[in-house]
Design a binder for this molecule. Structure first.
Ligand code: NAG
Ligand code: NAG
Ligand code: NAG
Ligand code: NAG
Ligand code: NAG
Ligand code: NAG
Length: 506
């Protein structure tokens, strides 16, 4: 009983741990984020080609909760002006959206360019700019044109060139207006889930083989796109290009040296696998060592990890103008005994188990626990590991089960933004922006429409896809306006001005 009380006390203290009363910097940019397949719908309109999510949902509906698909989704293809009105209401500076490759290039190749597809994004971008909102465009948010999957998808290294050609079309068409570009969103999910564990399209199960081939291609594709921008567009368009890397924060389950090493190894296999080549050069050494070691013992003729040439290492290193970072939650890591060599698995390569502490605050999502200190530790780790890059948090948020009174979301944002404020002010991490995921409830991949991440509720049973503000809309609007999480922030003259103008404009 005593122990129970003690634990509750600890829990309460950590839940009510003071919300930071510091302010977000004057130049800090708040926004929201979405992705093409999750919101646009119009899957076969105006010349759009088929992509791997169209194919998966149309041929293997049982793979998705309730057999849901993105054929209509939020119908943002037709309702983009309404979306921009919602953004305007929130007062955000930035809107992060993604471009559907097969809407621009229906075959995936540049042999056919679809003008209505280009026009759609031009219209969206114009609507944003007319309302004082900066467009931030992601080139690839998981919707690969099906013809490119038909030649093997991302494990085929030829895709690096096809992506680079697509990127050039986009820079040319939109680069006069779009100044912030993201090549890949969470390539880890594309590679480890799409071609490893078979939990994302195209549902290829080849963990420890095709996933690394995919990563190898994606890093080269990113670098090519960055160099194309640098060589052909930057002088005139003056924008910036980077990629979005994501992971849980991995905290050692104990203070033993082996768990601390296992946690760092897991960070390198998840985040480092995608960031190291771009920010430092080459694969993380521990990834090379582990995959080489296991491949040899598993009887492969050569390592399952493709190696970069010296020239490729130099070509990829430095291809960033900032870092895009998505994070949602935290896991604990403990070292395990070396798994037997009769099976190949990306998990075995990592040599550890990851799990969540059952006492961490739960949400309506099975995988998403509220662990704000993990986000702060992660930001510090990025600062120390990658030479203190400018970081834009390109996604962060939580799902609900369909309530308009989404106090759990307000709580999540308060806790995470508070941790981010402390990272900025106390730890001097260079975070320059925050994109809440997501503007709208939308198609959440294999979870269909059951996991709802939106600030705005969408009625998927109505042909109008009616948008309704949840309680968190007013909450986020106030933070965007005041740059402050509490009633009274430690004020500078500037933040006082913001608070006044917010209340004045109401
Ligand atoms: C359909 O999805 C299921 C479950 O994810 C998977 O096991 C199966 O291989 C898929 N079938 C095809 C034809 O892709
Ligand atoms: C590890 O050590 C730190 C510092 O002594 C302590 O705060 C923390 O609770 C320990 N963690 C675990 C899991 O034992
Ligand atoms: C690998 O070996 C372990 C133990 O030796 C055994 O339990 C497992 O079934 C084997 N797996 C395969 C795929 O043969
Ligand atoms: C999950 O959703 C239900 C409503 O559907 C709500 O009552 C409950 O509080 C939610 N749980 C959490 C942990 O947010
Ligand atoms: C859809 O919107 C139209 C026009 O605003 C309205 O007349 C109609 O009643 C709405 N239908 C539903 C089902 O909400
Ligand atoms: C801000 O918080 C700190 C510590 O939590 C407190 O000492 C200080 O008085 C607060 N300042 C304002 C203006 O509320």
């Amino acid at each position: 009983m005593k122990l129970f009380k003690f634990m509750c006390y600890i829990l309460l203290v950590s839940l009510t741990a003071a919300v930071s009363n510091k302010s977000f910097p004057a130049k800090f940019k708040f926004g929201t984020a979405t992705a093409s397949y999750q919101i646009e719908g119009a899957w076969n309109e105006d010349g759009k080609g088929e992509n791997i999510w169209d194919r998966l949902t149309h041929t293997n509906a049982t793979a998705v909760k309730n057999s849901d698909n993105g054929d209509v989704a939020c119908d943002s293809y037709h309702k983009y002006k309404e979306d921009v009105r919602l953004l305007k209401h929130l007062g955000v500076k930035v809107y992060r959206f993604s471009i559907s490759w097969s809407r621009i290039l229906p075959t995936g190749f540049t042999n056919k360019v679809n003008q209505p597809g280009i026009q759609y994004y031009k219209n969206l971008i114009k609507e944003l700019l007319d309302n004082g909102i900066e467009p931030m465009a992601t080139l690839y948010h998981w919707d690969l044109p099906q013809p490119l999957q038909d030649i093997g998808g991302w494990p085929n290294e030829l895709l690096a060139d096809h992506f680079a050609n697509y990127a050039r079309v986009c820079f040319k068409a939109f680069g006069d207006s779009v100044k912030t570009w993201l090549t890949f969103n969470e390539a880890k999910q594309t590679c480890q889930q799409g071609y490893g564990s078979a939990t994302m399209a195209p549902l290829i199960k080849s963990p420890g083989v095709a996933d690394y081939l995919c990563t190898y291609t994606v890093l080269k594709a990113h670098a090519k796109a960055w160099h194309i921008y640098d060589d052909e567009f930057r002088g005139k368009q003056r924008g910036r290009v980077s990629t979005v890397v994501d992971s849980d924060w991995y905290e050692p389950a104990s203070n033993s040296t082996s768990d601390m090493e296992a946690a760092e190894t897991r960070r390198q296999f998840t985040f480092g696998l995608y960031a190291n080549a771009i920010f430092l050069g080459n694969w993380p050494q521990v990834v090379i060592d582990r995959v080489d070691y296991r491949s040899e013992n598993e009887g492969y003729a050569k390592s399952r990890l493709p190696k970069f040439t010296k020239q490729e290492i130099d070509y990829i290193r430095g291809t960033h103008d900032f870092m895009g970072f998505n994070t949602y939650t935290t896991s604990l890591v403990c070292k395990i005994e070396e798994p037997t060599f009769n099976e190949t698995d990306y998990e075995f390569d990592m040599g550890s188990n990851a799990f969540q502490d059952p006492t961490w605050e739960a949400t309506n999502s099975t995988w998403l626990k509220i662990v704000p200190w993990g986000a702060r530790k992660f930001l510090n780790w990025i600062k120390n590991t990658y030479n203190n890059p400018e970081i834009i948090i390109t996604e962060n948020g939580v799902s609900d089960a369909g309530l308009l009174k989404d106090d759990a979301r307000i709580h999540y944002y308060t806790e995470y933004l508070s941790a981010i404020l402390e990272a900025i002010h106390t730890d001097k991490v260079h975070v320059s922006g925050y994109m809440a995921w997501s503007l709208l409830d939308n198609y959440e991949w294999l979870a269909g429409y059951t996991e709802k991440f939106g600030l705005y509720h969408v009625d998927f049973s109505s042909p109008n896809r009616t948008r309704t503000a949840k309680k968190s809309v007013d909450f986020y609007k106030k933070i965007v306006a005041t740059h402050c999480l509490v009633d009274k922030c430690v004020t500078s003259g500037w933040s006082l001005f913001r608070v006044f103008s917010y209340f004045f404009s109401r």
